[in-house]
Design a protein around this ligand. Structure first.
Ligand code: UGY
Ligand code: MN
Length: 247
């Protein structure tokens, strides 16, 4: 649908970006067939040190390649499909997720149609820590824990909290009216996809209405805060870089 007055909620700033689905534009990315790939966040923005993609696979959709120096976190937002991991094909459905370590082949297939969120980050080795192995799991296997004691703001930690991992991916679910307890300002950067519901995100000193489908990049030290609004819970899945020396 065209917008007669050229308006959008999308904003791209030096320390953060809010990117709304009305502005998504696909790009041709090697390895994907019968698929629409939108690169929502990447180092090309100048600031992000990771990439966040959304991939919509058609009936015959496939994704093939090798992670190389990077690691991939793949989360199924809709539909069904399968992935080959450690010589076995695994069925995927909404809520399934896969962690692929560096130097790993990726062989994904849709069965009907499937929508994916993917975070990609260069793996930073750490002396004394072994490189992680692949993981396949479903979000329902991880119970949400109250965030800093708040029963109405629950965090599901999807990857092991171990020093071999230099990235974390979590799902945050807020009951209407629940908030991040304070304005966070930290070295870790975030890539975020709103999965359900709506609310207001504070980014730096600005406040934005956000809803399911929106994408946010928060650079290091971007002050951030959220309040869930409306009648249903709000949840978002987000990436952060962890466990490595800042220097
Ligand atoms: O893990 C985090 O830093 C998280 N509390 N940040 C956020 O939700 N914006
Ligand atoms: Mn944060």
């Amino acid at each position: 649908m065209s917008d007669l007055f050229g308006t959008t909620r999308t904003v791209v700033k030096s320390r953060y970006a809010l990117i709304t689905p009305d502005g998504f534009v696909p790009s041709a990315v090697p390895g994907w067939k019968d698929a629409v790939v939108v690169v929502n966040i990447s180092p090309a923005m100048v600031g992000p040190r990771f990439t966040q993609l959304q991939v919509t696979l058609g009936k015959e959709g496939t994704g093939e390649g090798n992670t190389g120096a990077n690691q991939y976190f793949i989360y199924v937002t809709e539909g069904t499909g399968s992935i080959l991991l450690q010589d076995k094909r695994h069925r995927l459905e909404a809520g399934s997720y896969i962690y692929l370590p560096p130097s790993t082949d990726m062989q994904l297939k849709s069965s009907g149609a499937m929508r994916l969120l993917i975070f990609q980050k260069k793996y930073q080795a750490l002396k004394g820590a072994t490189v992680p192995t692949g993981i396949i799991n479903h979000e329902r296997e991880t119970k949400g824990q109250p965030f800093l004691g708040n029963e109405d703001a629950r965090l599901q930690v999807l990857l092991p909290d171990e020093k071999s991992f230099d990235m974390a991916v979590n799902i945050f679910t807020y009951q209407p009216g629940a908030t991040l307890p304070f304005v966070e300002t930290h070295i870790m950067e975030h890539g975020l996809l709103m999965l359900r519901g709506q609310g207001v995100y504070r980014l730096d000193s600005d406040y934005y209405p956000v809803k399911a489908g929106d994408v946010i990049w928060m650079g290091s030290y971007c002050p951030q805060w959220f309040v869930a609004m409306g009648k249903t819970p709000a949840s978002y899945i987000y990436y952060k870089d962890v466990n490595r020396d800042p220097m």
